[in-house]
Design a protein around this ligand. Structure first.
Ligand SMILES: [Fe+2]
Ligand SMILES: [Fe+2]
Length: 292
């Protein structure tokens, strides 16, 4: 399979995060909350990095279908950037260390921005593989997620997950279109993943999460009971940060990226987007969808 199996939709999204109560939101000891917040803080500089990486090669793409997908990709990532900045402004009110944690990704991606463009594209393709894997996990558990987080947070992440799935092949396809399918291109792709793996796990998630956690305020509201590991939420959550990484990332899918013949849509999870669209048919009309 090559290319996305459907058009990349341009949704206009605005979410009011004002009603979100100070944490902790999750009943599993805070790991999930801290990790998702770390990801939210990491996303704006990451998404700007992706946009710049594909823009740098835009003129060299001759395939009209791929050019349109690139435009859709840029739109979606720019919209994620905007909504996550709003979410992060809310987080800054709740976490004293928020700005310090945010700075880790800003500085990291500013430095990575000096790398050659062919490697920035490869790195973007590999990081997009990570975001699409986490999105896949999340979209398999929309109800579990919705029961344990505030509705504004659930709306944001489920929408982001659906769009990460929609555009999951764009960076990869641009990489293949401009660098070819030969050995050098494959080597570049592997090198990108070898750098992206520690970058995603240990910088964008764990390091940011640790800094955020150190300054975590005590909650004014009682912490909810930890769910039993036999219910949906328990299965989804894992017990701690490392447990979350173990259960939240489908590692078989991760290793498929190293196959020379790999394509992101070999793993066809378009059904998950169809389910999300069915549930939120009006999402992207500029209003937050009604919560279920
Ligand atoms: Fe995104
Ligand atoms: Fe993305």
């Amino acid at each position: 399979m090559t290319g996305a199996p459907f058009p990349i939709v341009r949704r206009q999204v605005a979410i009011d995060f004002e009603p979100v109560p100070p944490g902790p939101w999750f009943p599993a000891g805070g790991a999930l909350e801290i990790m998702f917040n770390a990801a939210s803080l990491s996303f704006p500089p990451t998404e700007r990095f992706f946009i710049a990486a594909v823009r740098d090669y835009q003129d060299r793409i001759s395939d009209q279908g791929l050019r349109e997908q690139v435009q859709g990709f840029i739109y979606q990532e720019a919209m994620h950037n905007k909504v996550h900045l709003d979410c992060n402004a809310m987080l800054a009110r709740h976490y004293p260390n928020c700005r310090r944690a945010e700075q880790i990704s800003i500085t990291t991606f500013r430095r990575l921005g000096r790398l050659p463009r062919w490697f920035r594209l490869s790195l973007s393709s590999a990081l997009e593989h990570f975001t699409s894997m986490v999105a896949d996990t999340l979209l398999h558990h929309p109800d579990d997620f919705r029961t344990i987080v505030p509705p504004e947070i659930a709306d944001m992440w489920l929408w982001h997950a659906a769009e990460e799935t929609e555009h999951k092949s764009v960076c990869f396809d641009v990489h293949q279109a401009v660098l070819g399918a030969g050995l050098l291109s494959y080597g570049n792709r592997l090198a990108g993943m070898l750098v992206a793996t520690p970058l995603f796990l240990f910088v964008m998630l764990l390091w940011v999460a640790m800094v955020l956690k150190r300054g975590r305020p005590r909650s004014a509201v009682p912490v909810p009971q930890k769910p039993s590991t036999t219910d949906g939420a328990g299965r989804f959550l894992g017990r701690n940060m490392l447990g979350l990484l173990r259960h939240g990332v489908p590692w078989r899918l991760y290793f498929s990226y190293y196959r020379p013949s790999f394509h992101p849509w070999d793993h066809d999870n378009s059904g998950l987007i169809a389910v999300w669209k069915e549930r939120y048919p009006d999402f992207g009309a500029g209003l937050r969808s009604p919560t279920t």
